[in-house]
Design a protein around this ligand. Structure first.
Ligand code: BF8
Ligand code: SF4
Length: 672
C-alpha cells in the first residue's frame, strides 16, 4: 500500500472540487489565451471554453464509469440500489463495466501512439526502398545504439543495412505471432521488470494483437473478471510503451536527437508581418517537411508581401519541432482555437490526434485555411492534401503555397495578436542531459543525478506529462504542481501539453529558476552550469523532453537511474504526474508508468469511482503487485505533496539499505 506522511492524505482524493465553477467560461490561466479572449470579447465567438460550460453537468454514470455501451442492448447504467438495477442487462456488475470501460481507453491510447509509430516505420521503410527521397538518416549514432539495444549487428555494416533490420524488427513488433516479447519493449527493460511481466502474464508479444485482444476480451459476454480485465489493460499499456519507443527512437534516427535550443512560446510568436502557418498534431514525418518547405519558399512569401514564412507549433507536433528545429510554440491543446482568433494565422496544417474539429468552424470566420493530410483524419469543409512520403516535400510546398495565397486575403481589421510570449530553452533528450552530466562525471553521467538524490540535494525526479482538461482551468494544474515540486528540490522533466504549459508561462527558462527553485535544486543547477561553460544559456527550471510519445524518454531516464542505483524501477525516486489528463493516450501512459513501478499522479478523475474494487486496484493493489500506483488527486498542491511523499519514501529506503550494505560490505538488499 502506498504510504503518506500527512495522515490526512489517503488513497482517496481530497474534497477539492472536481469541476471548477461549472458556469464560468473563463477556463484558462494561460496569460496569452486570457489576453486573446479579452481581445475578442465583444465578438461573442464560441470556443472550447463555452462548450465546456455547456457540457456541464456531465452524466454522473459516465463520470464514474458505470455506463456500459458495449452492446446495443444498452446503454446499461448501474444504479446503487439493490436488485436488478444494480447490474447491466446481461448481469455485468459495476466492477466488470468499470474495468472494461477503462481498459478500452488504454486500447484507444495504444492504437493512437502506435499508429504514429507505424507511420514513422513506413517512412523509414519507404526511404530504404528509395520511395521517400526527402528523408534521410539524420543520426547514425542513434541508429547504432538502437540496433545494439535490439541485438542487431552493426560492425562494418552500412547504415541503410542496419536500419533495414531495425525496421524489420519494428514491423514484427506490430504483427508477431510467436510467443516472444515485443522486441522494442524488451530491449530496455530491467531484469526485474522483465521477470515481473512474465510472471504476471502481461508481457505483450505484438502491438496490434494487444489492442485487438483487449477489444475482444472486453466485448459483450467475454471477460467479466475485473482483475483479469485490468491485467489485459496493463499488457496493452506495455504495448503502448513499446510503440512509443518505436516512435521516439526512429524519429531521432531520421530527424536527429534533440539538443538544447533557444526558442519562444505563446500566441505572441504569431508574426503580423509573416505568412503564419501552424503545424498541429503529432508526427514529425509531416511537420519536418513543412519546416523544410517553409524555408525553401521564403522568397515566395516575400513576393506576396510578407517578410517570410513563420511556422509555429501547436500540441505535440509543436513539441517535436521545438526540440529539433527551435520552431516557436504558439499554444497547446485547450487553446488551439485561439491561434485562429489572432486573425493572422494563414493556414493550419494538421495530421492526427488532439485536433479539435472546431478549428474548421472558426477558420471559416477568418481567412485561415485548415489542411488535413492523413487518410484517417479529415474534417468536413477543410481542404485535404493527401500527404505522401514519396512526394513529401512537394506536398508540404503545396501546403505552404496555400498559406501564402491565404495571406493575401488576410483582413488587417481582424488581426489581434496577443503580445504574450516568452523565451525558453528546450531540447533535452536523455542524450542531451547525459552530455551535461558527463561534464561532471564522464564515466557515469547518470550518477550525477542519483548522487544528488542520495545526498538529499534533490528529492527525486518527476516526469510532468499530459493534456488539458477543462474540468479545471487550462494549465492551472500543470503550473501549480510544478511550482510545488521545484520548491521542494525536485528535478522535473516534461512532455506533451505539460511542456506546452511551461513554455507558455515562461517557466521553461533559466529566468524562472531564481524565483521558483528550492535551494537544493538551485545549487544542483549551479554545479552543472559551472561544469558546462559551453552552454549558451543557463539551465531551465523544467527540462523539455518532448512530445507525448517521448514519455519513453522519461522512462529511459528512470531506467538509467535504476541501473545506476542497482535496483529495479519501483525503488527509484522517480514519479510521473498528469495534472490535466484528458486523452485516451494519457490513460495508456499512466497505466504503463504504474506497471513500470512508478507512482503516477492524475489530477482529473478517470472513470473508476463506480467500482471500489477497480478504484482500490488502481490506487493501492497495483502498488503491491507492480510497485507503482495511481495517485488520483484533484487538488494540485496536495497532489504534489503526495508525489513528494512517494519520492521521499523511496530515497529514504534507498539510503537505509545502501548504508547497511556498505556497513556489512554486502550487496544491496533487493527484497523491500
Ligand atoms: O499527445 S498531451 S492533449 S497534444 S494527448 Fe494531446 Fe494530451 Fe496534449 Fe499530444 Ni499528449
Ligand atoms: Fe448492457 Fe451487458 Fe450490453 Fe453492457 S454488455 S450494454 S451491460 S447488456
Amino acid at each position: 500500500m502506498p504510504r503518506y506522511r500527512d495522515l490526512t492524505h489517503t488513497a482517496r482524493p481530497s474534497d477539492a472540487p472536481r469541476v471548477f465553477e461549472p458556469k464560468n467560461p473563463i477556463r484558462t490561466t494561460d496569460p496569452g489565451a486570457l489576453q486573446m479572449l479579452k481581445m475578442v470579447e465583444e465578438q461573442k465567438i464560441e470556443t472550447v471554453f463555452d462548450r465546456a460550460v455547456a457540457q456541464h453537468p456531465q452524466c454522473a454514470f459516465g463520470y464514474k464509469g458505470i455506463c456500459c455501451r458495449i452492446c446495443m442492448a444498452g446503454p446499461c447504467r448501474v444504479k446503487t440500489e439493490e436488485g436488478p438495477g444494480s447490474r447491466g442487462l446481461c448481469g455485468a456488475s459495476a466492477y466488470t463495466i468499470v474495468s472494461r470501460n477503462i481498459v478500452r481507453l488504454i486500447a484507444g491510447g495504444a492504437a493512437s501512439h502506435s499508429e504514429h509509430a507505424r507511420h514513422v516505420l513506413h517512412t523509414a521503410h519507404a526511404m530504404l526502398e528509395g520511395h521517400a527521397p526527402d528523408y534521410k538518416i539524420e543520426s547514425p549514432a542513434k541508429l547504432q545504439k538502437l540496433a545494439q539495444d535490439l541485438g542487431i549487428a552493426t560492425l562494418d555494416r552500412a547504415d541503410a543495412d542496419i536500419l533495414r533490420d531495425v525496421v524489420e524488427v519494428g514491423y514484427a513488433d506490430f504483427g508477431r505471432y510467436q510467443d516472444r516479447p515485443l522486441a522494442f519493449l524488451d530491449s530496455f527493460l530491467t531484469e526485474g521488470r522483465r521477470k515481473k511481466f512474465l510472471a504476471t502474464n502481461i508481457m505483450p508479444t505484438a502491438i496490434d494483437k494487444s489492442v485487438t485482444e483487449l477489444i475482444a476480451q472486453t466485448a459483450m459476454g467475454v471477460d467479466s473478471d475485473p482483475v483479469n480485465i485490468i491485467f489485459g489493460g496493463l499488457k496493452c499499456s506495455l504495448a503502448d510503451l513499446g510503440g512509443e519507443y518505436i516512435g521516439t527512437k526512429l524519429s531521432d534516427v531520421m530527424f536527429g536527437i534533440p539538443q538544447p535550443i533557444v526558442s519562444e512560446a505563446n500566441l505572441g510568436v504569431i508574426n503580423e508581418k509573416m505568412v503564419n502557418i501552424a503545424a498541429h498534431g503529432h508526427n514529425p514525418v509531416l511537420s519536418e517537411m513543412i519546416v523544410a518547405a517553409a524555408r525553401a519558399m521564403k522568397d515566395d512569401a516575400i513576393a506576396a508581401g510578407a517578410e517570410g514564412v513563420n511556422v509555429v507549433g501547436i500540441c505535440c507536433t509543436g513539441n517535436e519541432l521545438l526540440m529539433r528545429e527551435g520552431v516557436y510554440m504558439a499554444t497547446s491543446s485547450a487553446s488551439q482555437e485561439l491561434a485562429i482568433l489572432t486573425g493572422a494565422l494563414d493556414a493550419m496544417v494538421v495530421d492526427i490526434q488532439c485536433i479539435y474539429p472546431a478549428v474548421q468552424t472558426l477558420a471559416e470566420c477568418y481567412h485561415t485555411k485548415v489542411i488535413t493530410t492523413e487518410a484517417i483524419m479529415k474534417i468536413p469543409n477543410a481542404q485535404h492534401i493527401a500527404f505522401n512520403t514519396a512526394t513529401a516535400l512537394e506536398d508540404a510546398k503545396k501546403v505552404i503555397g496555400i498559406a501564402i495565397k491565404a495571406f493575401k486575403n488576410r483582413d488587417p481589421k481582424k488581426v489581434n495578436i496577443p503580445s504574450e510570449k516568452h523565451s525558453i530553452v528546450a531540447g533535452f533528450s536523455v542524450e542531451a542531459l547525459m552530455e551535461i552530466f558527463s561534464k561532471v562525471n564522464p564515466d557515469r553521467p547518470i550518477s550525477v543525478l542519483t548522487d544528488a538524490i542520495l545526498s538529499g540535494q534533490l528529492k527525486g525526479v518527476v516526469l510532468m506529462a499530459g493534456c488539458n482538461n477543462l474540468r479545471r482551468p487550462q494549465d492551472e494544474g500543470h503550473v501549480a504542481v510544478l511550482k510545488e515540486l521545484v520548491k521542494n528540490d525536485v528535478f522535473v522533466v516534461s512532455t506533451g501539453c505539460s511542456s506546452g504549459a511551461y513554455a507558455k508561462f515562461g517557466l521553461m527558462s533559466p529566468l524562472a529558476v531564481e524565483e521558483y527553485a528550492g535551494e537544493g535544486l538551485k545549487s544542483f543547477f549551479k554545479m552543472l552550469e559551472a561544469a558546462n561553460p559551453q552552454l549558451a544559456t543557463g539551465l531551465p527550471l523544467v527540462f523539455h523532453c518532448g512530445s507525448c510519445v517521448d514519455n519513453s524518454r522519461g522512462m529511459d531516464l528512470a531506467i538509467a537511474m535504476a541501473n545506476e542505483l542497482g535496483v529495479d524501477t519501483p525503488k527509484v525516486p522517480f514519479a510521473a504526474s498528469a495534472p490535466e489528463a484528458m486523452h485516451e493516450k494519457a490513460v495508456a501512459i499512466g497505466s504503463w508508468c504504474v506497471t513500470m513501478g512508478l507512482p503516477c499522479h492524475v489530477g482529473s478523475m478517470p472513470p473508476v469511482e463506480g467500482s471500489d474494487l477497480v478504484y482500490g486496484v488502481t490506487t493501492q493493489i497495483a502498488h503491491d503487485v507492480f510497485g507503482g500506483n495511481f495517485i488520483l488527486e484533484m487538488d494540485p498542491v496536495i497532489g504534489a505533496r503526495k508525489i513528494l511523499d512517494a519520492l521521499e519514501y523511496r530515497s529514504w529506503k534507498l539510503n537505509v539499505h545502501r548504508k547497511a550494505a556498505e556497513k556489512f560490505e554486502t550487496s544491496l538488499a533487493q527484497g523491500w
